[in-house]
Ligand binder design. Structure first.
Ligand SMILES: Cc1cc2nc3c(=O)[nH]c(=O)nc-3n(C[C@H](O)[C@H](O)[C@H](O)COP(=O)(O)OP(=O)(O)OC[C@H]3O[C@@H](n4cnc5c(N)ncnc54)[C@H](O)[C@@H]3O)c2cc1C
Length: 468
């Protein structure tokens, strides 16, 4: 990068917070999967004003900017290319909680706050922030908003689009849009915050947000439930929804192999008992404000009579419940130890999922008999992590294009989505551009042109390269 630009960046944030040394910059320039690597000058602003100054320099000099929060994206979204031209804008220093308003049930935070720290802080005030997933100890609020993160309680509370009531964004030219009103109802024109949520850093830099809070659930019932076949998963979901209504908080489908792999690879994670008697398992959770709500045990007993359930472990304590969730949340880590996984986070209408899984897995095995799929996900949201590995692991990567093509063909045939959670990033851009409706793509490109006329925001991610 030009030394003149580097000096202006040092003026903007202070020289201690501009990292040009390749060794020191390295941790910011490699992603969680270790698959994506880039080169850039790392800039670590400490306030919205500093972000604004950095963006003004970038706009003026047409320097690409890649916003980065916790770096846990699975699609290479927060890693720059290897040209060394970009600014990697790391938001981690902006981690303050500005206000917890228990009267309005909202919290105002800076974008670099780590999700788990938010959980702890609001719990001390008797409140609950429901977004939760495996990397919550690293992922930050800005990244969760920019990817519209979901997690394990979307069924009941929604994803980040539903949980956000206000946003502050620094635009590509350095101007600041502060829309931190924290209102549940506001019909004064377009809801602009929704444009930036899920935009994967391609429209602006999220610097602050107002998020919804909830009372801490008092009653919690969790069970790890063995089912005889895939069809039973949808029948059981219907049954639990009918009996428990909005108390149903989580409904995760897990292939038996995933549980066994966690036990093999991560000896610290304990299983409640043998799981070899069922091909598929469900992690179901009900939560309620009162101590007494619907009885998960009673619902499962009825499901057992109906043949939808073959085995079940009911959590007897909070620590049992946490142990069950640890199994589910350790699956990506166990997969990563075994070898390379082609991550997928497809979504479909829930009723189509059993048939989709059977047809797609068969098609894939016919083409690649050595495949080692790892299937699990948020069934209650219609979202499956259709992850594909192989033994030896390099075979899956060598055949990645073909594997993804078959998978996405089956998704698109059923009017599903190739990304329910992780977004497009650099990993799925080609498939996204080929498969998305052309008119929807055109509208997205016009929005990007209008807000980012110089095309400096996170280039190479999501949308096609600009021709100008
Ligand atoms: C093991 C594992 C489990 C996961 N489970 C889930 C899950 O259950 N549900 C789910 O939704 N996701 C899940 N993810 C994906 C990932 O954790 C989320 O997408 C997360 O929200 C990303 O947050 P982050 O802070 O790491 O963002 P990063 O990875 O740093 O960035 C993600 C994207 O947002 C952009 N961005 C970051 N910060 C800003 C900002 N301040 N302003 C504008 N753009 C910005 C980046 O440029 C990038 O495109 C999982 C990932 C892993 C590795």
């Amino acid at each position: 990068m030009d030394s003149e630009i580097i000096s202006r960046l040092k003026e903007a944030v202070g020289s201690d917070y501009v990292i040009t040394d390749e060794e020191k910059a390295r941790p910011f320039l490699i992603d969680w999967t270790k698959r994506f690597r880039g080169r850039a000058v790392v800039v670590r602003p400490g306030s919205t004003e500093e972000v604004s100054r950095v963006m003004a320099v970038a706009y003026d000099t047409r320097t690409p900017v890649v916003p980065q929060s916790g770096g846990t994206t699975l699609v290479g979204g927060s890693i720059p290319d290897d040209s060394g031209r970009a600014i990697l804008l790391s938001l981690g220093r902006m981690n303050r909680i500005e206000e917890i308003d228990t009267g309005n049930d909202t919290v105002t935070v800076e974008a670099g706050l780590i999700l788990e720290q938010l959980h702890r802080a609001v719990e001390e005030k008797g409140r609950f922030f429901p977004l939760s997933f495996g990397t919550q100890g690293s992922a930050q609020i800005g990244g969760a908003l920019a990817t519209n993160a979901g997690g394990t309680a979307v069924l009941r509370y929604g994803n980040m689009r539903d949980l956000c009531l206000g946003l502050e964004v620094v635009l590509p030219d350095g101007r600041v849009m502060t829309a931190l009103r924290g209102l549940r109802k506001d019909n004064t024109g377009y809801d602009l915050k929704q444009l930036f949520i899920g935009s994967e850093g391609t429209l602006g830099v999220i610097t602050r947000a107002v998020l919804k809070l909830f009372p801490i659930p008092r009653g919690r019932q969790t069970a790890l439930v063995g089912i005889p076949d895939l069809e039973s998963s949808v029948k059981l979901l219907d049954r639990v929804k009918a009996a428990a209504g909005s108390e149903l908080t989580g409904f995760e489908l897990i292939q038996r192999k995933c549980i066994e792999r966690v036990a093999e690879q991560l000896p610290g994670v304990e299983l409640p008992g043998p799981v070899d008697d069922c091909p598929w398992w469900i992690l179901a959770e009900l939560s309620s404000q009162a101590q007494e709500g619907a009885s998960l045990e009673a619902i499962l007993a009825e499901a057992f009579e109906a043949g939808e359930v073959a085995n079940a472990y009911l959590a007897q304590s909070l620590s049992d419940s946490e142990a069950f969730w640890r199994i589910r949340e350790s699956i990506p880590e166990a997969d990563a130890i075994v070898g390379n996984n082609l991550h997928n986070d497809v979504s479909l209408k829930i009723s189509l999922i059993p048939e989709f899984l059977e047809v797609t897995v068969k098609r894939l095995y016919d083409a690649y008999p050595w495949l080692d799929p790892s299937l699990y996900g948020h069934l209650g949201d219609g979202n499956i992590h259709f992850n594909i590995g192989s033994i030896p692991s390099n075979l899956a990567f060598e055949n990645e294009e073909g594997i993804r093509r078959i998978t996405y063909e089956e998704v698109v045939k059923r009017n599903g989505s190739i990304s329910a959670e992780h977004g497009i990033g650099q990993l799925k851009r080609g498939h996204f551009l080929a498969l998305k409706d052309p008119l929807e793509l055109e509208i997205m490109e016009r929005i990007s042109q209008a807000i980012d006329p110089r095309g400096i925001m996170n280039p190479g991610k999501l949308l096609a390269d600009r021709k100008d």
